[in-house]
Design a protein around this ligand. Structure first.
Ligand SMILES: Cc1ncc(C[n+]2csc(CCO)c2C)c(N)n1
Length: 235
């Protein structure tokens, strides 16, 4: 895998690990903002069939993300961290489920019906990527695997809200307001802090592995938008 590099000189403060990870896939982050799904979600022109596809896939994704947070509680003995991971488990189930079920109702689907839809190929590949790291990886690896998911959504939420402030009748207003909220920002900020705190204890090989994981999760986040845009199907 190749990463974008930055020539830091001696008089420049070295950015924190989380910033270095993001810097390593800068152009792909930028491309997410320009993805036709993201643009159409922001300006409200996204066909409802694509949004429905996305929400149904995302509901399945969030079940697996919840399990990833649950595994994180087993990788630390720090009570504050255990509590925070437990809160993420609950919030992912409750807050997000609320958003999904509201949209599900709009499409005439019950929560039970929503879970009977099969995972599309990209989702089917992304979730085991997270769960494998959650089960056999270290805590820094787990934090790195889930960081793009929290950080990208907050950035996309803010970017879209700043570009086109949604009118009261914007069809995806709830979605935009959820991800551009300070509550959601704090998820990414907290994960970054915990990861950055551990950075001084990682050797070069361990850090290289984090770059690889971060890039893979970022690629899957891009592919997730693309999956919903193309309404990806199994052959
Ligand atoms: C594919 C995909 N990636 C990221 C999110 C955003 N997200 C939803 S819940 C959560 C954790 C905190 O509750 C995060 C980061 C999403 N919905 N779907």
């Amino acid at each position: 895998m190749s990463f974008e590099t930055h020539p830091y000189t001696a008089d420049m403060a070295r950015p924190r690990l989380s910033e270095r990870l993001r810097e390593g896939c800068r152009s792909l982050w930028q491309r997410q903002m320009e993805h036709p799904f993201v643009v159409a979600l922001g300006n409200g022109t996204l066909p409802s069939a694509n949004f429905q596809f996305y929400i149904l896939q995302d509901a399945l994704f969030l079940d697996e993300l919840t399990k990833t947070f649950a595994y994180a509680t087993t990788k630390t003995t720090n009570h504050e961290e255990m509590e925070q991971f437990g809160t993420f488990v609950l919030n992912t189930l409750l807050v997000e489920a609320d958003l999904h079920h509201r949209y599900g109702e709009r499409f005439g689907l019950s929560p039970a019906e929503m879970t009977t839809i099969p995972m599309a190929p990209t989702n089917y590949a992304y979730t085991p990527h997270l769960l494998t790291i959650a089960t056999v990886g270290t805590l820094p690896e787990l934090l790195t695997a889930i960081l793009p998911c929290a950080w990208i959504y907050a950035e996309v939420g803010h970017h879209l809200l700043d570009t086109v402030p949604p009118a009261p009748d914007h069809p995806y207003r709830d979605w935009l307001l959820t991800y551009a909220s300070p509550d959601f920002d704090s998820v990414g900020t907290w994960i970054r802090e915990r990861l950055d705190q551990r950075a001084p204890f990682l050797n070069a090989q361990e850090e290289a592995r984090l770059h690889e994981i971060f890039l893979t999760s970022t690629r899957y986040e891009w592919l997730f938008w693309d999956m919903a845009w193309k309404m990806e199907e199994w052959p």
